[in-house]
Structure formats: C-alpha cells, structure tokens
Design a protein around this ligand. Structure first.
Ligand code: 6PG
Length: 232
C-alpha cells in the first residue's frame, strides 16, 4: 500500500530522513553503505538535501544506476548532476565515487563492461550486486534507470550493467539490469508529478507488460510518491 505525500517537499524530507537513518545504521553495523543513484529532477532535490546532513561520508560508496553516453562535464551527465547537487559539497573520498567510465573514443559496450567489472570487484564473490540501497526515478513512459520501453536491456537476465540503445533519443544509455537492481536490500522509487499518473497506474496494475512499462520489472521495498502522481 502506497502512502502518497501531499507535497514534493514532504516527499524529499521523508526520503532524506530515511536515507540518513539507513546510511547511519548500515555504517554502524557493517562499516560501509553502498548506494546506487538515479538521475532525474526528483532524485536531484534529495541529493541537495543530503548535502546538508551530517552523514558518515567517508564510509559511503556512491554508484550510478544509469548514465548517459556523454562526458562527465556534460550538462546531461548524471555524474555531473550528482556532483553539483551533493558530492562537490561533502568530504567524500575520491575512491568512494564510482562513476561510469564513459569514453566516447570507445564502444559503449566497453564502458559498460568496465563498469560491470568495477561492480563485481566491489561486490566480490556475490552472484549479484547486494546494494544497501538503490534509488530510482520513473519517467512518464514508466522507464526507470535507463531501462526504457522495448529496449534490449529489459530482457537481460545475466549481466549486471549494460549499454542500451534508446531509439527515442537516438543514443546509447548505460544502465543496471533489472536483476542487478532487484538484488538490493532496499529499492526506493521517487516519483512526483501529474505526468507520472498513467505510468504509475500501469506499473501498479496486475497485468500490464514490463516491455511497455519497464518499472514493472522492479521489486521496490518503498515508494516515495506525491499524491499528484497517483490516480485519484
Ligand atoms: C535518467 C534517470 C531517469 C529518471 C526519470 C525520472 O537518467 O533520466 O535515471 O530514470 O529518474 O526520468 O526523472 P524525473 O524525476 O526528473 O521525472
């Protein structure tokens, strides 16, 4: 049962509190907190709020659940967005920042494989990456990460991280696969805005098709949704 938030600010404050509590608890219990981040404007505001919190920054490892095929200093880069919103403002060791190694001089498949190797090194010995938390947004087409409708990454059952051709953008994206997201201990969606109502309805329905509504592939442990994104 989803308990929607009346305002976007309430959603962001609740998500920031939950993130802070989880990070502190995991660092206390296991000495580290691994989180996979999402792009998008809804997640971005959360990152801005986290920058003002007192978190165990040296023990948090930051990964990206998806990335665009652009340099890290490009306006469309999810790395740049997170750096501007959060990482440039806190004392986070460089070795804890695990950015997707986008390199336009090489095939996207190579960059995806390199990142997958970095994930497999961090989660050594695991059959899948066991994130403490995966944060996800949702597009109005019900995509999440860069798992877009009718794209090849949706059917990937073995790989952790892949390049994904997205026809609607005539561009490659990089994304975690559904199995690599679903292996996390916590998976949170952050969704807001009336434009997401149709997507949310299909994602929550019993019988719709994941190829068309990719967020259906994900098994979230928690929803942070504003009431305007839910059909009344
Ligand atoms: C991306 C994001 C994407 C995003 C959704 C929601 O790289 O575009 O990872 O999946 O989370 O599009 O974005 P908004 O929160 O801005 O609607």
């Amino acid at each position: 049962m989803i308990e929607p938030y009346e305002t976007l600010d309430q959603l962001h404050q609740a998500a920031a509190d939950a993130f802070s509590d989880l990070a502190v608890e995991r660092v206390r219990n296991q000495g580290v907190f691994s989180v996979s981040l999402s792009g998008g404007s809804t997640p971005r505001r959360l990152y801005e709020l986290l920058a003002k919190r007192n978190l165990p920054w040296s023990k948090i490892h930051w990964f990206w659940g998806d990335e665009r095929n652009v340099p890290h200093d490009h306006d469309d880069s999810n790395f740049r967005m997170v750096a501007r919103a959060l990482l440039d403002h806190v004392s986070c060791p460089q070795e804890n920042i695990h950015a997707v190694p986008v390199n336009l001089q090489q095939q996207p498949a190579e960059a995806a494989r390199l990142y997958e190797l970095e994930l497999q090194k961090f989660f050594a010995g695991q059959a899948l990456p066991v994130w403490d938390l995966v944060l996800l947004g949702m597009g109005d087409d019900a995509h999440t990460a860069s798992l877009f409708p009718n794209t090849s990454a949706l059917g990937e059952s073995e790989r952790w991280f892949v390049d994904n051709w997205v026809e609607k953008y005539n561009a490659y994206r990089y994304t975690l696969t559904a199995p690599a997201i679903n292996s996390a201990r916590e998976i949170w969606f952050l969704v807001s805005g009336q434009a997401k109502q149709a997507a949310m309805t299909h994602v929550l329905a019993d019988d719709d098709c994941p190829q068309q509504y990719p967020s259906r592939l994900i098994k979230p442990t928690r929803w942070f949704v504003t009431s305007d994104a839910m059909e009344s």
